[in-house]
Design a protein around this ligand. Structure first.
Ligand code: CS2
Length: 460
């Protein structure tokens, strides 16, 4: 919303925003008493900068009270989105929201929400199901569908969404497939700002400072970057006038951000969570962890990243470290570790494979994947934990039970899961045995020792 507010300030136009939540919380109920207004607060150290966001015209949410009410709320939302004045549907869905296999990017047709949406396309549960229904309704009315803009951490997110929607359309409305493929605009974007889930503590601090309570408060860091795929057919607000970059090179920006920023976050979040650090700033406060994160990205990831204009690689990594140090935003290691199975391919596994192929060090990446496997072993043994959710957790719980607490067996079995792990994981020489050896040490609480040894052999 920040870029959008800037764009409205720069060039006011008919570009209001309707917020829609397909899952909790009920954005309409939260925003109604505040007349659609909320604040976003950027924090770094002791500094903060607060802005009242005015471009949001209202909010709607799917109700999950029961199925008839859910269906009613879904149709109401679809009715609002299908109105011709809606020209853009931008979305930030989590990695799992695409219902695709992270290892291939292809829609999982057996996913329960997709099975549902094939049977009941008018009352969709999934994001691809919603998008398809909006497109169908617009085309039935003889109107141009809106432009879909994906704003999340799925690489080639626009294309991924398009492919998922097309795959679903093959089942639901095969006659529309060519029109969707040729006429509907799906834009990919790279978006970067750390915005942790708002805590009660943030709301009460804000209240003491501002004298008013804001139930919809958003707290984030000052840094921001938004890179949008250039498609001359799309009509967009003046985002490009206020710092958003429109380019036909969005993929390279995504790759750099995904592997350097998100890669470092995921690596340190899993290691940090296993070491009982609550916040990322606590992890970064520890010199061994911080230097491990920096060295890992500098030596094992940067050499395989493309050059993109405006980004100087080493400065970018140092800036990333400085962003993660930020103690003023409470980014929980558990939040980043959530849905790790959906994140590790692009953030850690692909960089590991690339490092292996060109023959540069990959031992740090091996450590962090081993940490993720150990993390899953730990979570798989604790069916009652609620801190971290992951669609893959049920598999981890099952395999952990079958393993009779044998970590090595657990790793062998987990690596067979092709929705998460590409085949090459079992083909890179020694990789699996390295995972097992490191995981055993991590399980013995030797993370600090492992990271120190790594740093000793990677003295810069
Ligand atoms: C984080 C991201 O929770 C996560 O997976 O890695 O939300 C991250 O903070 C943003 O992508 C930063 O732009």
């Amino acid at each position: 919303m920040d870029f959008h507010e800037d764009a409205l300030q720069h060039q006011f136009g008919a570009w209001g925003v309707l917020g829609i939540n397909l899952r909790a919380p009920d954005i309409g109920a939260v925003l109604a008493p505040q007349e659609g207004l909320y604040c976003r607060q950027l924090r770094f150290g002791d500094e903060h900068q607060t802005r009242l966001i005015g471009g949001l015209l209202g909010g709607m949410s799917v109700s999950h009270l029961n199925e008839p009410i859910r269906r009613q709320s879904v149709r109401k939302i679809l009715g609002a989105v299908v109105a011709p004045e809606i020209r853009i549907v931008s979305m930030t869905v989590t990695e799992k929201g695409y219902c695709h296999a992270p290892s291939t990017g292809i829609l999982q047709e057996g996913h329960p929400d997709i099975v549902h949406d094939i049977e009941h396309p008018r009352y969709p549960l999934s994001v691809p199901g919603f998008v398809l229904e909006v497109i169908q309704m617009r085309l039935e009315l003889g109107q141009v569908p809106p432009t879909f803009i994906s704003c999340d951490n799925v690489p080639a997110n626009g294309n991924t969404l398009k492919n998922c929607v097309l795959k679903l359309a093959e089942q639901v409305c095969p006659n529309l497939v060519p029109r969707i493929a040729n006429e509907v605009i799906f834009l990919s974007t790279m978006v970067d700002r750390i915005v942790p889930a708002t805590r009660e503590q943030d709301i009460s601090e804000f209240q003491s400072w501002a004298g008013v309570s804001d139930a919809a408060l958003v707290v984030g860091e000052p840094y921001r970057m938004w890179v949008i795929e250039d498609d001359k057919r799309a009509q967009l607000p003046a985002w490009h006038e206020v710092g958003a970059l429109i380019t036909n090179n969005v993929h390279d920006y995504e790759l750099v951000k995904m592997r350097a920023v998100n890669g470092m976050q995921t690596a340190l979040a899993h290691l940090g969570h296993l070491s009982n650090f609550k916040y990322m700033s606590d992890v970064l406060d520890n010199e061994t962890f911080r230097e491990f994160g920096r060295t890992l990205i500098m030596e094992e990831v940067l050499p395989n990243l493309p050059q993109v204009s405006g980004i100087e690689p080493e400065d970018y990594v140092n800036e990333t470290v400085n962003r993660l140090v930020n103690t003023a935003i409470g980014h929980r290691t558990a939040q980043i570790s959530t849905d790790g199975s959906q994140k590790i391919r692009h953030r850690l596994l692909d960089p590991l494979y690339d490092a292996f192929k060109v023959g540069i060090p990959r031992d740090g990446l091996t450590i962090v994947v081993a940490a993720w496997l150990t993390h899953m072993f730990k979570l798989g043994g604790d069916a009652d934990q609620k801190e971290i959710s992951d669609p893959f957790l049920s598999v981890a719980i099952k395999v952990r039970a079958e393993s009779e607490n044998n970590l090595s067996y657990f790793i062998d079995e987990l690596l067979k899961e092709r929705t998460v792990f590409p085949k090459w994981v079992n083909e890179v020489p020694d990789l699996v045995s390295e995972f097992k050896a490191i995981a055993a040490q991590i399980w013995d609480q030797k993370i600090d020792k492992i990271l120190r040894e790594y740093l000793n052999t990677h003295q810069r």
